[in-house]
Design a protein around this ligand. Structure first.
Ligand code: NAD
Length: 474
């Protein structure tokens, strides 16, 4: 059977594209070698958030005295937390499968490989349309599939840095190992104080495991607003998390680690120093343009090859699930538009500069699920400076919100707004304080649509909510 679209990888990019193209009445085949849902659903966002929620319940119960509540004999069962996590993941994966099934998308469980034009021709599958348009051939589980469009959504895997003693060391975990463990480690060293590192530091600390974080840069979470990060750093250090910055790991021997000449020991060493694009199965695409190991895409997620798109972590743009699914929406909209115009290579759009929807990379919200949470969207003060954009920076402690005061005893939080000094448009918002992850989308609306502070002032925020901080700061 010839498909309109063959998608390799069933994470947020792949399943979003499959659903959208199938809904439009197109024949779609989706290849996934593991479970649909990808890293996010199976070994990333969802399992970590499930475990973090369990840890937060325990932590809150044991720190409830400040709210006038004394809880005695509070205990947790890590195996039960893990079991619940597995059930949450299983339900969500089943939901994705059902959605794909409802849209009559063909789901193939296996590792797919794109064939070269000569291999495809040898199989009699590399056909050409009247317009000279070539189709692609994908092999999976010994079967061949032909498709007009290809979408590469193969994601990323944990990067293993070249540290002596790291490979094949049972004391060394990556985030997938940590999520699969049925027992808590007695102590842990986390190498990399980025998003994964700080979320796991939160999980283990809240469950009473001694944690050391080793970060090579002068600060943890180096891409975020430094004032926001400092609040987390101060709180975590005060709470007893050992955070070593500007520290390089020299070697690992069993469960002993040497960093900046200092010896550190823990039962487990979790390495979270970034992720790299997965390019397996794409070897036949010899002319596929790469940059630093990731697939280069244009504003519609088109690669350097005709009718081959790429979305998600494999593009190395911003490794977030919501970026992947937005890219997939844009890519499918572009394919459908080209079909409608009978313009298979999208030349009309290339020459007009694109009339279609695109991903607004300047307004991607991001959240770090520490306690307190960090949420941000748009540019930071430092980025504005490096781009020579004159800005006004407004700051307000979260305690200006009545609801925050009522529910966050002992916390101050911070909301920072970066405003264009010339036209007063909101360019960035950076916050720390619970539950800022739940209302960063209001700031995303403002940044994405270029709202001015005057326009935002006219929006009514419900009282009392922590979200009111976005109004108070104006
Ligand atoms: P990251 O890039 O966020 O952080 C890696 C950190 O490791 C950086 O701070 C870096 O300076 C440090 N580092 C690198 N080499 C080191 C070394 N040898 N020793 C010590 N420190 C070193 O990467 P990550 O935390 O692995 O996360 C991977 C991707 O997954 C990121 O793109 C992240 O945004 C995404 N993710 C997102 C969420 C979320 O949205 N909440 C959660 C988890 C992961």
């Amino acid at each position: 059977m010839k498909y309109f679209l063959a998608i390799i990888g069933g994470g947020p990019a792949g399943y979003t594209a499959a659903e959208k193209a199938s809904k439009a009445g197109k024949d779609v085949v989706l290849f996934e070698q593991n479970a649909v849902g990808g890293t996010c659903l199976n070994v990333g966002c969802i399992p970590t958030k499930s475990l973090l929620y369990g840890a937060k319940q325990y932590y809150n119960a044991t720190h409830a005295q400040k709210y006038g509540v004394t809880a005695e004999n509070v205990a947790f069962d890590f195996a039960a937390m893990q079991k619940r996590k597995t059930i949450v993941v299983r339900k969500l994966v089943a939901g994705i499968k059902a959605r794909l099934n409802n849209e009559h998308c063909t789901l193939v469980n296996g590792a797919a490989k794109i064939l070269s034009p000569s291999e495809s021709e040898a199989n009699g599958l590399c056909s050409f349309s009247e317009q000279g348009e070539r189709s692609y051939c994908v092999e999976c589980n010994g079967q061949l599939y032909e498709a007009q469009y290809i979408m590469i959504c193969t994601g990323s895997t944990n990067f293993v840095p070249p540290i002596p003693g790291i490979k094949d060391n049972p004391a060394v975990w990556d985030s997938t190992d940590a999520l699969a463990a049925t027992e808590l480690p007695k102590s842990i060293i986390i190498v990399g104080g980025g998003v994964i590192g700080m979320e796991f530091a939160t999980l283990y600390h809240e469950l009473g495991v001694p944690v050391t974080v080793i970060e090579a840069m002068p600060t943890i979470l180096p891409n975020l607003d430094p004032e926001v990060v400092q609040i987390l750093l101060d709180k975590y250090r005060k709470a007893g998390i050992n955070i070593l910055t500007s520290t390089k790991v020299e070697s690992i021997n069993g469960n002993e680690l040497t960093a900046n000449g200092q010896q550190l020991t823990a039962e487990k060493i979790l390495v979270s120093v970034g992720r790299r694009a997965n390019l397996q199965g794409l070897e036949a695409l010899k002319d596929l343009e790469l940059n630093r190991g990731a697939i280069v895409i244009d504003e519609f997620c088109r690669t350097s090859l005709p009718n081959v798109y790429a979305c998600g972590d494999v593009t190395g743009k911003i490794m977030l699930a919501h970026v992947a699914s937005r890219q997939a929406e844009v890519a499918v909209a572009k394919m459908l538009n080209d079909q409608m115009l009978n313009d298979p290579y999208g030349e009309a759009d290339r020459s007009t500069g694109g009339r279609l929807e695109m991903v607004n990379y300047n307004a991607i919200p991001s959240v770090v699920y520490t306690n307190p949470e960090i949420a941000s969207v748009g540019i930071t003060e430092a980025q504005a400076e490096s781009m020579s954009i004159p800005v006004e920076v407004r700051k307000l402690p979260m305690t200006f919100s009545g609801r925050f005061m009522a529910e966050n005893e002992g916390e101050t939080g911070l909301c920072k707004m970066i405003i264009d000094a010339n036209n007063h448009s909101v360019l960035g918002v950076h916050m720390i304080g619970n539950p800022c992850s739940e209302f960063i989308s209001a700031a995303s609306f403002a940044v994405s649509n270029g709202y001015t502070t005057e326009e935002m002032q006219q929006v009514v925020f419900p009282h009392p909510t922590v979200s009111e901080i976005l109004h108070e700061i104006l």
